[in-house]
Design a protein. Structure first.
Ligand SMILES: COc1cccc(COC(=O)c2cn[nH]c2)c1
Length: 242
């Protein structure tokens, strides 16, 4: 997968050299390009923002530098990249979207700052490539950079060969639309707290049932919204005989 990121703070992405994403790059699973938006400015002050039409606080990112940046990063002959714009006004980012993005050959991230990017940038881009504004949650950050780090981590770990034990993918939270059950390791007793007996029983059927039950109870307690989203056949309300 190729990923390009455009930002006025390209140094935000230095950490990507480290940890798993660094390994993904090393073994060629991920090609990452980080670009400074100011590359595509031509004035002596390298201006990327201006005041908002219609008034209001803050500044807006000008369309011209973005237009030239997206042109430069959208190769004419190859299939167009998918443009992702982290934004408080975006569609919720979910594990399902992470899987969807992990299947894309080329992602192009636009990091907004200030009050945002002139809307015409997205309108024009949409005539050449798929454009998705994506939200990580109902709060406002200074800019899209941190959101891109989150999305890239969620997506990269789904790429083949990035996670050592692929098994850990299909049992994690949100893999089945539910929260994961509690997990334990040695010692069997620690500061008076014991590991649930069932997990040490060796009865794998019983363990699987216990984990599903615990996952359902946790989901009902912390994320009832996820229960409502479950396909009917996956959830027998009696399962949560609390
Ligand atoms: C595109 O314009 C802007 C403007 C301001 C901040 C940002 C960064 O994104 C967020 O703040 C965000 C993403 N998910 N939840 C919050 C983008």
């Amino acid at each position: 997968m190729r990923v390009d990121v455009v930002s006025i703070f390209p140094e935000y992405f230095a950490p990507l050299e480290l940890s798993l994403i660094g390994r993904a790059r090393a073994n060629g699973v991920l090609q990452l390009g980080v670009h400074d938006l100011r590359t595509w400015t031509h004035d002596v002050h390298r201006t990327v923002d201006d005041t908002p039409y219609g008034g209001g606080p803050g500044m807006v990112m000008r369309p011209e530098p973005w237009g030239e940046a997206l042109d430069a990063l959208t190769p004419a002959e190859a299939p167009p990249p998918r443009l992702l714009v982290p934004s408080p006004a975006g569609a919720p980012f979910t594990q399902a979207m992470a899987y969807e993005l992990a299947a894309e050959p080329h992602l192009l991230f636009a990091c907004g700052r200030y009050e945002g990017i002139d809307q015409r940038v997205l309108e024009h881009a949409a005539t050449r490539m798929p454009v998705t504004e994506v939200s990580l949650g109902d709060y406002v950050l200074f800019g899209g950079e941190v959101a891109v780090l989150v999305i890239l981590e969620a997506v990269t770990r789904l790429l083949p060969g990035v996670l050592g034990n692929a098994g850990s993918l299909d049992e994690e939270s949100h893999a089945h639309g539910l929260l994961e059950a509690p997990i334990y390791t040695k010692p069997p007793s620690w500061r008076g707290h014991d590991v649930p007996e069932v997990l040490r029983s060796g009865d794998h059927g019983k363990i699987a049932r216990w984990r599903r039950e615990e996952g359902l109870l946790r989901t009902a307690a912390r994320r009832p919204d996820l229960l409502d989203a479950l396909p009917a056949d996956q959830l027998d309300k009696r399962d949560i005989a609390a």
